[in-house]
Design a protein around this ligand. Sequence first.
Ligand SMILES: Nc1ncnc2c1ncn2[C@@H]1O[C@H](COP(=O)(O)OP(=O)(O)OP(=O)(O)O)[C@@H](O)[C@H]1O
Length: 610
Amino acid sequence: MEEDQILARRYTGEEDGESVRNQSSNNLKKLLRTIEKRKKSQTTNATKPSDVDSGIECTLDSKTSVLDKHVPQVIGGHAFDKGKKVVAVLPKWLAEPVVISTDLSCLTVKAKKFTVLDELLRKNLKANGVKYLFPVQAEVIPWLVRRNCSGKLHKPGCTAPRDLCVSAPTGSGKTLTYVLPIVNSLKDRLVPKLRALIVVPVQELALQVVDVFRKYIQGTKLRVEASTGGKTDLKAEQWKLVRRVGGLGEAYESKIDILVTTPGRLVEHLTHTKGFDVSNLKYLILDEADRIMENVQDDWMHVLEKSINRSDKNRGRTASIASVRTLRNRRQPQKLLFSATLSHDPEKLKELGLFQPILFTSVVGSESDPLGEIRSISTDDYAGKYTTPRELKEFYVAAPARLKPLVLWALLVNRDWRKILVFAKSVEDSHRLARLLNSLPLSGRVVSELSSKLSRAEREDTLRRFSDGTVNVLVASDVLARGMDVPGVEAVVSYDPPKHVEGYVHRAGRTGRAGAEGVAVTLLDPDGQMETFLHKLRSVNKTNLEEMTVAEEEYSDMVGEYKAALASLNNAIAEETDAKKLDLKRKKQNCIKTNVKSKKFKRNFPNNNT
Ligand SMILES: Nc1ncnc2c1ncn2[C@@H]1O[C@H](COP(=O)(O)OP(=O)(O)OP(=O)(O)O)[C@@H](O)[C@H]1O
């Protein structure tokens, strides 16, 4: 019963019993009014010749049901009129968000006077050069720190903290928005226990977020680790997360307070790491939440929730006796969702089982509205729409497929950009493109590539060289598109347009971050691709892309050199493919030899266990 009540209260927005009753009685009244109206209109229509012509007798006494009254209209009546457009009705919490400004040029909340945070954190902000809070931080952090605020944000009678969704542009400072309140709340802990779990979609992002945490836990005893999977050994990671302690039976304790992880690796730890205890979790953060939600069907969230519940049972020895109380006291962590392209689809969000959620969002077209004077907004201003940073200038270039490499080359040499990120649609394409650009003169610019095919160490090294400016042009597949914060990127070029608008928003958002200027350019083939892509953007109200012209004169005298480079690229790629095939063959042969050896060994020494 208790459990039912708990579940029933999930995801109900601000609706309490009273408002639900009011709403249903209002709906009923509305329905009755509509029926009355119809009755009247049908009485009038009944005398019209069309009804008489249809040969169907139309008796409209008050006892006839609404359905019956509709029957005569089907034939020859007005029933074939176009129906009204269906308007989606969002739950109250999605329909009444707290609006966040996107203006980073005029900041008013001083970090040193932001007393919502402990002095230690204000010191750390200063040490990291943060003088003012960004709007998303100024708005969300007080709410998170105080947890049970007064007024609209407070849910009377609700003891557990409400879950939170934040939708704000790329580069607007969402990471610190959760890092600061977490550190603020955990800084005085006595013993290390895993209390905050941050789930991100890719390894690079996990390492980046850990770096941010490390800057802000200075002066505390908190410990943070990244757990990223990939080629990192699970054993090595387990050693960093938990330690076995003496005493009877198998007892473990956590070595860390905060863990930043990817969904896959999290499941591995939940299922294979002894002593990996999630029962003390206070915060569960989904950074790039819409991307993470794609994986919810892989059930990592389900595995996590099961582990939380299981460990709760294990913790309370009397769970079976006091099961009702255990259920009532069950502590699900507070869920905090962040993204620049957060889904407002109630069905998708429902999968996350949010508890009395609240939405903080920036809205499209609030350019001239200073914070606090935002005109009354409608769901059309944000639902299914994405805001991009104000400082980001967006362009597209009409480039026929066969000329694309030339157009890109011309863009790279003829514009003043020194730090450029180029996105291609696949790992193979980014490899080819990087090799091609490497063989062309680029006015001293150094080109490198970054893709999921490289080892973690190689990826880290490439990113570091791009960050410090040793590499000027980084060609990447979409691995870098989300969340990565490389300072000073002046331009992002999408060599191929991304499949989805969300992908575009994240790619473009690698520049124009934290109030800096940036340019995003998408190369589009006018033969079909251009119209389709621009149409996709228009469907989410993105109409601000301007055309950038790359005139033929800009590249006409580069054609000869380009053709020669292309020919040698094809040869080089063919050689590379041959070498890979050979390598694979050798590995297979080695594998077969080892298997044969071990079979022989087993035949000769059947009882040997080694
Ligand atoms: N208050 C601030 N003052 C100055 N710089 C800040 C402030 N807050 C964050 N930054 C910087 O802004 C940059 C972007 O922040 P962050 O990576 O958190 O953006 P984001 O909103 O998470 O972007 P994305 O959606 O792309 O992940 C970072 O380099 C960060 O250090």
